[in-house]
Design a binder for this molecule. Structure first.
Ligand code: HEC
Length: 166
């Protein structure tokens, strides 16, 4: 069997440069974090599929069984910092992907800024109801099956995770 020639490795793989000048100044890096935050803040919320009778029955059972006392379906935000909202719903006529159709609308204090380069989009900061979030963002003791052991051996009785959706 011919021996493998490894000499190409030392020719093709170079050491990383000593300084990382290509990631920009502190101001530029801060701007990147701002862009990321903006993206995550304005990211589309989950859509809702077809509202069948079966689904509606399920929701009723969910309420009646007391699940919705912790998995609260609707969360009110008093001061919405987003600049736009996207609503995705079942629409057999217009939805050509999974029969879902999305409608975007702006949430701006200065709607005239749309389409104008260099003019900041200022959020309207209005209250907003987040539908179907199914959480209260609180910790609960759900009994021993949900207790978690900490690294130091002690036991955590309050569920450490909140749940979005069910
Ligand atoms: C006392 C508050 C409380 C009630 C009442 C409650 N839950 Fe939960 N539920 C939680 C918490 C807290 C978690 C997260 C547990 C964990 O994983 O740490 C959870 C998790 C879940 C999950 C997993 C969700 C996921 O994203 O992994 C499902 C499903 C669920 N609950 C369904 C139900 C149903 C169905 C009912 C009613 C029969 C119900 N819950 C009632 C607090 C509650």
């Amino acid at each position: 069997m011919a021996s493998l020639d490894r000499s190409w490795v030392s020719h093709t793989i170079e050491q990383p440069p000593a300084d990382e000048g290509d990631i920009g100044s502190v101001e530029q890096r801060t701007a990147l974090v701002d862009f990321l935050e903006f993206y995550l803040l304005n990211y589309f919320k989950a859509g809702t599929g077809e509202q069948t009778p079966n689904l509606k029955d399920g929701r009723e059972v969910f309420e009646q069984a007391g699940c919705a006392t912790c998995h609260i379906p609707k969360l009110r935000i008093q001061r919405d910092r987003r600049v736009a909202d996207v609503e995705t719903v079942f629409d057999a006529d217009n939805g050509n992907f999974n029969r879902l159709f999305a409608t975007a609308r702006t949430l701006l204090a200065n709607p005239s800024s749309v389409g104008q380069a260099g003019v900041s989009k200022i959020p309207a900061f209005q209250p907003f109801d987040v539908e179907n979030i199914y959480t209260d963002f609180k910790r609960h003791d759900l009994g021993p099956n949900f207790h978690e052991r900490n690294y130091d051996g002690t036991v955590r009785t309050q569920s450490s995770r909140f749940r979005c959706g069910v």
